[in-house]
Design a protein around this ligand. Structure first.
Ligand code: SAM
Length: 211
């Protein structure tokens, strides 16, 4: 077992149980759906980040686990809007979010994320936290769209920033690694951002918008 996997195992063992994640795991097993949810440890990091936010946006709800983690951190009156294109995912996410007692803090926007982000811009909505965890080939476009929505000082997090270790292999030329390399380039070139790449899980890209 690799050192990284040993560390992950240790963290998984020491974290207190999260009943919401267990409920979600059972629901996924019943349906034969894959577990594409963030780990409990990453979920806790999202909760920490959300504690400073008055509004948050998520791209890629799936069945609601990361949305639950973000909503847990929000202060009273703060809200999360989470974007999901597949109705069957959105329906199950709604149920999980309500069962976690967080239904009043979360709005699920059904539809293609790019279209929803454009609508949010037209409506003048602004956010302090964005979590991006959807179709990887669209990540550069999501960065462009989300940047219009962020308040100064806001934080943008991209999950799976290494694309299962293909992003840093220049011979990998399929849409995901090509898009992720483009995302990395833009994150470090964009003058409005201070960005970093963290080699945790499948890679996290974290960018802070200048004040
Ligand atoms: C990896 S899963 C999200 C997992 C979730 N963030 C969590 O950790 O619990 C990605 C989700 O993005 C959704 N998705 C993919 N492309 C999308 C798009 N263009 N617009 C909105 N949602 C999309 C998929 O249907 C899927 O539910």
């Amino acid at each position: 077992m690799s050192q990284a996997r040993h560390r992950e195992r240790y963290i998984e063992a020491i974290l207190p149980p999260d009943p919401a994640r267990r409920t979600i795991e059972r629901a996924l097993e019943q349906r034969g759906w894959p577990d594409m949810c963030v780990s409990q440890a990453l979920g806790r990091f999202l909760t920490q980040l959300a504690m400073g936010a008055s509004a948050a946006v998520e791209i890629g709800t799936y069945v609601g686990y990361s949305a639950i983690c973000i909503a847990r951190g929000l202060r009273p009156g703060a809200r999360l809007i989470t974007l999901e294109s597949r109705p069957e995912h959105a329906r199950l996410a709604k149920r999980h979010i309500e069962e976690a007692g967080l239904g009043d803090r979360v709005e699920i926007a059904l539809g293609d994320a790019s279209e929803t982000l454009e609508r949010l811009q037209e409506e003048g909505r602004r956010f302090d936290l964005a979590f991006v965890d959807a179709d990887k080939p669209s990540y550069p476009r999501y960065l462009e769209l989300v940047l219009h929505l962020m308040r100064p000082g806001g934080i943008i997090v991209f999950d799976n920033a290494f694309g299962r270790d293909r992003a840093w292999d220049p011979s990998a030329q399929s849409p995901t690694p090509v898009a992720l390399r483009e995302l990395h380039r833009r994150l470090f070139e964009e003058p409005r951002l201070v960005s970093t790449l963290l080699p945790m899980w499948d890679g996290l890209a974290v960018a802070r918008v200048l004040m």
